[in-house]
Design a protein around this ligand. Structure first.
Ligand code: PMP
Length: 335
């Protein structure tokens, strides 16, 4: 194996793993791309590297310039580590409701963390609007200016998946792939991977897997943005057509209830040695639904976005699960 010259080159080229129970239950090959093995622990390292390199190339981010972003956590962790490696100060704005483990990871990579109260997107206090204003202010005061990463509408995010995640899945499956299922936060992963895979095989079926409270399911099934309910998932579930989602068409859309998501990830942890975050549960549940639509004998890929340890205090915490009215698996009770 070659010696990496810096942490940026450790991002991506993640392995894929056959998900045994999901494959056996459907008669399909259901494959998960192990994004939790990225250096910052999530798929969003790819987005962070893609957006930062793009902004440095265009001059929007000057040498030593500050990087500012509003994030559910994983993008912030990715920006913090890539920023540190390239000599940029990083300021991350996160809703207080996100897990302590993600907040800690942002700090451990040397970034400044600002927590804000959760607010609806229409409110000026929503973390996205707050961070955009902060970037404008810091651009005036920081010695080398400040750049707002803007993962939702900056299409360098989607490009990172067109250029890395999509081609890797195509190569790893030898082009023998019939479907791709994914949840959406910014939409960069879903739109970018689908765009690449469909450019290789227009017959490939793409499925959106949406948690409760997100509006894309109703957008793709009824043509209206309607986000009802709430979810224990983090980092996914968007209520608007972001710049990264523009122009995307999907072949199937599934709404995945939290109980199903939790059942999928608890089984993967207990029986396959894969302890994953909740968005991976939504993704795998979506891949299973897609497999049922296509029938046995097909190969379907999805992403295992981040590690479950990042949610130890929440969805792997019996007290949290009980407070939300979910069943606690016996093995987790004794953990
Ligand atoms: N899973 C997790 C754990 C995430 O943090 C994110 C991004 N916020 C996603 C999935 C969704 O990825 P994308 O932004 O590319 O839609």
């Amino acid at each position: 194996m070659p010696i990496a010259s810096d942490v940026l080159s450790l991002i991506g080229s993640t392995p894929m793993i056959r998900l045994r129970a999901a494959s056996e239950a459907t008669g399909c090959e259901i494959l998960g791309k192990a994004e939790f093995l990225n250096p910052g622990g999530s798929v969003k390292d790819r987005t962070a590297r893609g957006m930062i390199l793009d902004a440095r190339a265009s001059g929007a981010l000057r040498p030593g310039g500050a990087i500012v972003e509003g994030t559910a956590g994983n993008t912030g962790i990715g920006l913090a580590l890539v920023g540190a490696a390239l000599g940029h100060p990083v300021v991350i704005v996160m809703p207080r409701s996100q897990t302590e483990e993600k907040k800690q990871a942002v700090r451990l990579h040397g970034a400044r963390l600002i927590e804000v109260d959760p607010a609806p997107f229409a409110s000026p206090n929503h973390f996205v609007h707050f961070s955009r204003r902060l970037a404008e202010e810091l651009n005036e005061t920081e010695p080398n200016g400040a750049w707002y990463a803007d993962q939702f509408d900056n299409t360098a995010n989607r490009r990172a998946h067109i250029e890395t995640t999509g081609p890797e899945i195509w190569e790893q499956t030898g082009g023998r792939i019939d479907g791709f299922a994914s949840a959406a936060g910014s939409g960069g992963t879903l739109a970018g991977v689908s765009q690449f895979l469909k450019s290789k095989n227009p017959d490939l079926r793409v499925a959106l897997a949406d948690p409760p409270g997100a509006a894309l399911y109703s957008w793709f099934t009824e043509g209206v943005l309607k986000g009802e309910g709430s979810s224990v998932t983090e980092g996914i579930g968007v209520n608007r057509i972001t710049g990264n989602l523009e122009g995307l068409a999907v072949d199937h859309a599934f709404r995945i209830e939290d109980a199903e998501t939790l059942s999928v990830i608890f089984d993967l942890a207990k029986h396959e040695g894969l302890t994953l975050g909740p968005s991976s549960g939504v993704n795998v549940a979506g891949a299973i639904r897609l497999a049922r639509e296509l029938g046995p004998g097909h190969t379907i890929a999805t992403l295992l976005c981040d590690h479950g340890q990042r949610y130890a205090g929440k969805i792997y915490n019996p007290a949290f699960l009980r407070s939300k009215g979910f069943d606690v698996p016996a093995w987790l009770e004794g953990a």
